[in-house]
Design a protein around this ligand. Structure first.
Ligand SMILES: [Zn+2]
Length: 403
């Protein structure tokens, strides 16, 4: 047998064909949602009306920007504790449809929103932490920042922040900013104790810290509910589409479906997920990611990936390569293989289990995922401890969440 043929056979025989995923998780429609009770709605309206009165009295800046101006910057910012590609999914847009039980209608004439028997039509956009919302919240990985310049005109803090249900009586931690464009922006469900110490009346610039993502108030999981109201208290949807004639207000366009890999990582054991941030005894709980990026030959190793806006038929090509760049494993993943009830999910995650051979080559290995034309890579080591002055996980190039 020719050496080249022998080498090729050896390569094939040592290439691990990944088994089916161990666990695929998809975000249910109501996992990151919220409700405004009539009382909370009245509280919001009271703040907005008070703002309007102050402005009439000349005690606040007049609206300075044209209504058509696209003036909203991205309202979330990862902190130094964050080292993945992205950190969020978008669960719900504004519902423009008639009240319950009328049909849902988001700005794009789709159904990525909801209404409730209480008469509440979802009034904002929900950005949730993903894929480990409770531990990401506990670690303060994502802060909420002002989307546009303005003046803080109201804020509440001190409320419990691990809610997992729509309860009309729970109060949110919240910041209201009267923007220079004349709209009032509402940032809701913040972590307890995280609300900005800036006093009401303080001017903020776009990007200024307002709080941390939490699940305070009537909320089913850690997310930011971002809402705009005009001076009359009417809800304004900042996304322009066939079912919303109001102008587009985001500086960076956010596609209706925005398929991306949020995280790609290696682990010592399967990540442990939790449905709610409190257990049945009322104790705080969070996910256990089991991150690990330094292995020894013979170790068990898990590869975990999380997505936002994943649709059946969008195939991801995964590979694991040895230090000499030869393939250790390669496989494809398509959410369609899971026979889920829906063809599309705003958030999803999947993991696979491998065993590194006892003769695994020492050095730096790489996991790569190719999804929707973008390549995502992470490195891990086998039999090698990186010197302490090197970053534990090489930080991937930052991608704007909506590029
Ligand atoms: Zn919401």
């Amino acid at each position: 047998m020719k050496p080249a043929v022998l080498a090729a056979l050896l390569l094939v025989s040592t290439l691990t064909h990944a088994q089916a995923p161990q666990h695929v998780h998809v975000v249910s429609d109501d996992a990151f949602s919220d409700m405004q009770s009539p009382q909370q709605n009245e509280r919001i309206a009271t703040v907005v009306r008070a703002v309007d009165e102050l402005r009439r009295q000349g005690r606040l800046p007049q609206a300075t920007l044209q209504a058509e101006t696209m003036d909203l910057a991205w309202p979330l910012l990862p902190t130094g504790r964050f080292n993945q590609f992205d950190y969020h999914g978008t669960s719900n847009f504004v519902d423009h449809g008639p009240p319950y039980p009328g049909p849902i209608q988001d700005y794009n004439c789709g159904t990525r929103s909801y209404n409730l028997p209480s008469g509440y039509n979802h009034a904002g956009t929900d950005y949730y932490l993903w894929p480990f919302p409770w531990s990401m919240m506990d670690e303060g990985q994502v802060q909420i920042v002002a989307a546009a310049p303005g003046v803080i005109v109201g804020k509440d803090d001190g409320n419990f922040d691990r809610n997992c249900s729509l309860s009309g009586s729970a109060s949110p931690n919240i910041v209201y900013v009267l923007q220079d464009d004349g709209l009032t922006a509402i940032y809701m469900h913040m972590r307890n104790g995280s609300v900005t110490t800036q006093a009401v009346g303080t001017r903020v610039a776009a990007g200024d810290y307002l709080g941390l993502v939490g699940s305070s108030g009537s909320s089913t999981g850690p997310h930011l509910h971002f809402e705009l109201r005009d001076a009359a208290g009417a809800v304004v949807d900042p996304r322009n589409g066939q079912c919303n004639a109001a102008p587009e207000r985001w500086i960076v366009f956010q596609p209706y479906e925005d398929p991306h890999i949020d995280t790609l990582s290696t682990h010592s054991a399967e990540p442990v997920l939790v449905g709610c941030g409190v257990d049945s005894n009322g104790n705080a709980v969070a996910e256990t990611p089991n991150y690990k990026d330094e292995f020894t030959p013979g170790d068990e190793m898990w590869v975990f990936a999380s997505y936002r806006d994943q649709r059946n038929g969008q195939i991801t090509h995964f590979s694991i390569t040895r230090p000499d760049a030869t393939p250790f494993a390669q496989w494809d993943f398509d959410l369609a293989s899971q026979n889920n009830p829906n063809p599309f999910y705003s958030g999803s995650s999947v993991d696979w289990k491998f065993t590194l051979p006892t003769n695994a080559p020492i050095g730096v290995w790489m996991v790569t995922a190719l999804f929707q034309g973008q390549t995502y890579t992470r490195t891990f080591t086998v039999g090698l401890s990186l010197p302490p002055w090197l970053p534990r996980l090489p930080r991937p190039p930052r991608q704007h969440p909506r590029m």
